[in-house]
Design a protein around this ligand. Structure first.
Ligand SMILES: Nc1ncnc2c1ncn2[C@@H]1O[C@H](COP(=O)(O)OP(=O)(O)O)[C@@H](O)[C@H]1O
Ligand SMILES: [Mg+2]
Length: 257
């Protein structure tokens, strides 16, 4: 099994859409997937259509008031604004970086993949995600400052690895929301490929308004625009290969026509 965090140093890089879409694709090839929303803004919970009043949530789990099993609602451990408070309370506790890892241990055996959607910062919640994970996937928006964002995320991955989770593996960087007709998208892709040759996922995720539309309609991009979802399919195939789940990777490669 693999626990994978999706992170970036800021918001709007497509993290939540990535977790949402991969959760869906992996489920469709028979993998047992758990999605964990670690962002107080709760976009993932919203995208995955969890009842906003669902309780308990990840905030209660991190405060020790609930187990992860109790906080799973339809394959998702949702978040809400209470997570911001839980993060503050966690800050004063011994072992604060290990809380999520300890909590997830009890359910890990029930899943093939656990995907963690990080908040748009590299603070204590993201560190908890990295400490709990086997792999870290960086999402980078194809903009002028993409490189700096990736470097900062890499530093936090390195810190987590040196101090708390030596087995953490950097899975790679996904170039997201890409419009190859624009020069800055092409430059961002080129410079990432130059700096991290083996690490950039082969397929960039194309920019399309269809992502916002499908989120609004609570539809999966896979059903709404299968032609665009082919990007995530290709990324998923590569990702599963990188985490050495080759049978599932093969199944995914033949999922969409
Ligand atoms: N490939 C894409 N093309 C265009 N818009 C996208 C794409 N992926 C996500 N978006 C939109 O960009 C915004 C931010 O995406 P989101 O996944 O929430 O990013 P993050 O979790 O990093 O903040 C959302 O409105 C989402 O619908
Ligand atoms: Mg998000």
């Amino acid at each position: 099994m693999a626990i994978i965090s999706v992170l970036s140093q800021k918001g709007g890089t497509g993290k939540t859409t990535t977790v949402r879409t991969l959760t869906d694709l992996f489920g469709r090839v028979g993998l047992r997937v758990l999605a964990v929303d670690l962002d107080p803004q709760a976009n993932l919970s919203d995208y995955l259509d969890v009842d906003p009043d669902a309780s308990p949530t990840i905030g209660e789990v991190l405060q020790g008031a609930a187990t992860v099993s109790e906080a799973i609602h339809g394959g998702v451990v949702p978040a809400n604004l209470g997570l911001a408070e839980a993060e503050l309370m966690l800050g004063g506790k011994l072992g604060r970086e290990l809380t999520l890892k300890r909590a997830l241990k009890h359910v890990a055996a029930d899943y093939d993949v656990i995907l963690i959607d990080c908040p748009p910062s590299l603070g204590l919640l993201t560190v908890n995600a990295l400490v709990a994970s086997d792999y870290a996937l960086i999402s980078a928006e194809a903009q002028y400052f993409a490189m700096q964002g990736v470097e900062q995320a890499l530093q936090v991955i390195e810190l987590a690895r040196e101090n708390l989770n030596p087995d953490l593996e950097w899975l790679g960087v996904l170039l997201n929301i890409v419009d190859l007709r624009t020069r800055h998208s092409r430059e961002a892709l080129d410079s990432l490929r130059r700096h991290y040759p083996e690490k950039v996922f082969d397929t960039p995720i194309r920019s399309s308004i269809a992502y916002a539309e499908s989120a609004e309609r609570a539809l999966s991009i896979i059903d709404y625009r299968p032609d665009l979802a082919a990007d995530y399919q290709a990324v998923g195939v590569e990702l599963l290969r990188r985490v050495r789940m080759s049978a599932a990777s093969q199944r995914l490669s033949s999922l969409l026509p």
